[in-house]
Design a protein around this ligand. Sequence first.
Ligand code: HMG
Ligand code: MG
Length: 298
Amino acid sequence: KYPSKVKLVDVGPRDGLQNEKAPVPAAVKIELVHRLQDAGLTEIEVTSFVSPKWVPQMADNAEVMAGIHRKPGVRYSVLTPNMMGFDAAVLSKPDEIVVFAAASEAFSQRNINCSIAESIERFRPVVAAAKARNIYVRGAISCTVGCPYEGEIQPERVELVARLMKDIGVQHIGVADTIGVGTPLKVQRAMEAALRHYAINDVSGHFHDTYGQALANTLAALEMGIWQFDASSAGLGGCPYAKGATGNVATEDVVYMLQGMGIETGIDLDKLIDAGKFISDFLERKPNSRAATALLNK
Ligand code: HMG
Ligand code: MG
């Protein structure tokens, strides 16, 4: 019933760190990426090429990308909201770019300063330019079950944005519960909406854990055959435009669950916990992962 293999994208260096107030040195971000790839992660979302005025923590994007010793077989992705971001990102040779829209108009305005329709027009040339260079294009849809400004979001909104993304050539769609308000059946409905326009192999889940539902939501998506998920080592994170929302589901917790279910991830949990401990130590806090906490105290 469940997929035999799952691919995890660690978004900790980007989604995890983007909201940290104190600057995290590029060297620390690079070390985190190295530890994640050593732990067996094959997909790492490294940084974003967004306005440094909006998200100061990601201002060192090019420096971080340049400092990574790339491991064969690992793919490195970056966020690019517009052509300016894409033109800067391309110099860093990402394997994949991410254009990010929202299922909620209000969130689109707060996050990227434009309407959903305008965002699609900004992405259109980005997608074309990426494809011309053989760079894979992933799309993210924020607020697919709930929005901090609009409240509950209906699946039709998700379906609409998925269709718009598909129309401009976005190759994969990530269904995000930005503020972690989703519960399993609502998440399944958001997933179904995306699946009307994308094949099962081209859809992933991105769950924040604000209400402690992210693992349940992951399981609900797995039951549908979804086998790709974003997660953040040590449960780092939060979105600057989604006040009160906590980090993504901890990669450690997802790996622990999948291992227990006999689902292959290729990830070494002990090394992953070390990676999460490394960044948590730097941030002077405990890893926000139940599995990491349990295993570190063993
Ligand atoms: P804007 O102000 O509408 O852009 O911002 P603009 O084109 O009008 O330009 C205004 C200024 O920004 C200009 O500079 C541009 O050069 C500069 P100025 O002349 O004032 O000095 N600018 C840029 N600088 C660097 N890189 C760029 C860029 N574009 C313009 N790419 C923009 C539009 C999207 C840039 C802005 O709103 C922004 O940066 N927003 C931040 C978005 C962000 O990073 N959000 C967090 C990531 S999304 C997320 O976390 C959700 C996700 O995890 C899924 C989920 O959980 O939901 C993916
Ligand atoms: Mg996110």
